[in-house]
Design a protein around this ligand. Structure first.
Ligand code: CMP
Length: 140
C-alpha cells in the first residue's frame, strides 16, 4: 500500500478539554506521522467553506457554530494507507457506535462534539490538506 496523507482536525471539544497531546499520542501509536500541524480559530466563512459538502444537511448550521466555538488543531498525517488508518483509529462518527479503544469512543462527547475529523477518501484528503496547508508547510 502506498504512503499517503490525510487531513485531521482536533475539534474545539478536544482543545477545550486539553486533549490534544493524548489524541496525538493515539494517532502516533497507530503509526500515523504528524507531518504538519497548526492551532487556529476558524472563522464562520472558513468553516462553511471547509464543510461545504454538508451545506444541505440539517446539522450544517450547528456544525459551523460548533467548529467556530474554540480553537482547533489542523494536521496532516502520513502513513501507508493514512486515510483508512486514521478513520480506524478515530472510530465511528457517532461515539455511541465507536469501537472500544478508538479516539471517539475514548474522548467524544456527542456526534457533533466528536473530538476529531478525518478525510473520508484520497480526493477529499488532497482537497482538505490544500485548504489549510501549502506544500512547504508539510515536512515528511
Ligand atoms: P466530521 O467528520 O467532522 O464531518 C462532518 C461532521 O458533522 C461530523 O464529523 C459530525 O461531527 C457532524 N455531525 C453533526 N451531526 C451529524 C449527523 N447527524 N450526521 C453526521 N454528522 C454529523
Amino acid at each position: 500500500m502506498a504512503v499517503e496523507r490525510t487531513l485531521s482536525i482536533l475539534k474545539p471539544d478536544a482543545t477545550r478539554r486539553n486533549l490534544t497531546g493524548r489524541i496525538n499520542a493515539a494517532l502516533e501509536a497507530a503509526g500515523l506521522r504528524i507531518v504538519a500541524q497548526r492551532r487556529i480559530w476558524l472563522s464562520t466563512a472558513e468553516a462553511e467553506a471547509f464543510y461545504g459538502e454538508h451545506k444541505a444537511r440539517g446539522f450544517f448550521r450547528d456544525l459551523v457554530s460548533f467548529m467556530t466555538s474554540g480553537p482547533v488543531v489542523v494536521q496532516v498525517l502520513e502513513a501507508e494507507g493514512a486515510v483508512a488508518r486514521n478513520r480506524e483509529v478515530m472510530g465511528a462518527t457517532n461515539p455511541a457506535n465507536a469501537a472500544e479503544g478508538t479516539i471517539r469512543k475514548l474522548f467524544a462527547e456527542s456526534i457533533e462534539a466528536n473530538s476529531v475529523h478525518g478525510s473520508d477518501g484520497p480526493e477529499s484528503a488532497a482537497r482538505e490538506i490544500s485548504f489549510f496547508f501549502a506544500a512547504v508547510d508539510i515536512v515528511g
